[in-house]
Design a binder for this molecule. Sequence first.
Ligand code: FAD
Ligand code: MLT
Ligand code: ZN
Length: 483
Amino acid sequence: MPSPGPDGIDIGPGLGPAADAGRRPGLDRLLSRLRHIVGDAHVVTDPDAMAGFLIDWTGRHRGQADAVLRPRTTDEVSRAVVECAEVDAEICAQGGNTGLVGGSVPPSDRAGSRPRIVISTARMTDIDDVDVIGRCVGVQAGATVEAIDARAGAVGLAFGVDLASRHSATAGGVVATNAGGIRMIRRGNTRAQVLGIEAVLADGRILRRWTSLVKDNVGYDLPGLLTGSEGTLAVITRVLFRLVVPPRASIVAVAAIDRVADAVELIGTAASRGLTVEAAELMTEAGIALVAAHGHRRPTAASGPFYVLLEVSGPGDVESAAVELLQGAGGLIDAVLEPGPARALWGAREAHTETIARSSVTPVVKLDISVPIRALAEVFDELGAVGDRNDSPCRPVLFGHVGDGNIHVNLLDVPPDRVDDLTDRVFGIVTAHGGSISAEHGIGRAKVAWTHLGREAADLATMRAIKGALDPRGVLNPGVLFA
Ligand code: FAD
Ligand code: MLT
Ligand code: ZN
């Protein structure tokens, strides 16, 4: 029986229906009912066709399932979940499968006899007409971030969530993970963009909280609760998103700097001079050298130990204000600036994730932490040194959303039996500084063993009680968030 490896890596065979599928009572009848609901073509059981749905973006997590279901409407999802509930089938909701913590694929083991279905939102891509006056738009869960932003852009508005996975990441996915991303410093996280939600509960009932009202205090904030629930409380089918007014013009600057503290200071100075900080990202020479080796343009002529990318907007002549800002910056080695969107300057930053993934001989250990901004420089130093010890050598590449105190810690070339030890080491540093072990990617399967570091006992018990109330049979994304 396949099981998680000693280092927490899923080593099960994954990638397809298990050979013992015949042991699952009710499976054949379930599949035939699901075919009746969504059509034969959209109940995928062929191992090759299922393969892409059963391995996560990092390549670390491989799952097993009996079928991948591709519904088109909320009603189809609801009817399918009712059928699944009859035989206690487990359900893994999947959007663009760009999640980085293994939550988008089912478990690798098949210890129990329950059927297991992946519900993919790939066909649920409708986007309603934008409500220009109310500045909001309703979308189906499978609409991508890029498509939502394009629809908003057509009427002079923008989607407040943006991230390098925009081409594939979906509405359901960003809501289920409460994604952060590059606009978080300006617009807040995904939860701040959610006005309403429609979701299918574990028994198939449709929960709908759908209002564009700015003020509405009738009871618990259920859309807020489902945001960040990582597929463990319901299958999200539609979302009503707030839209934002984009800046008329922005300037993107990348500066090579001496110290992390210089980046923090630059953000503070920009704000105090009346500039609006639209994005603030930090990179290191290790990351820039890596992406440059993979064909991306180095942002500045002279290199520095650190690089800060700042996008600013504001009243008046933003370019002159940005030049003045950089001229007065502490620790400045070199800088370039371009009017937004400055895709090439952003390119070196946004290429980090993919380049890092391609550059490691073992699946990258991706940790996504946040610390109080005042501790950022010290934590950066300590995290940069985690690979120096002889017992667990590795190549760390750190980057992140510096204005949010969020550092993406990527450890390359980690031998499989050292993953847990290095993770412990990183999380030890983070908790010692009062930080969080998951800033924006969530817990998924990858961080379950460490959740207690971020939440106290009563807090964890309350979360379990909520899970028990909404999903008493534990069929929604088992193994995600809770062991
Ligand atoms: P998936 O990966 O398919 O699923 C993620 C989780 O959401 C799973 O637990 C899944 O079960 C659940 N889920 C998906 N759809 C539904 C649904 N309809 N109902 C219920 N649950 C659902 N993340 C950030 O926060 N900030 C970043 O800046 C960022 N940048 C990235 C850049 C790259 C290049 C990549 C590859 C990833 C990045 N991510 C980032 C991670 C990822 O893109 C986000 O977590 C995103 O929100 C996942 O969306 P998805 O549609 O791919 O979801
Ligand atoms: C990013 O900010 O680019 C992401 O969160 C992805 C990553 O951590 O690699
Ligand atoms: Zn990020």
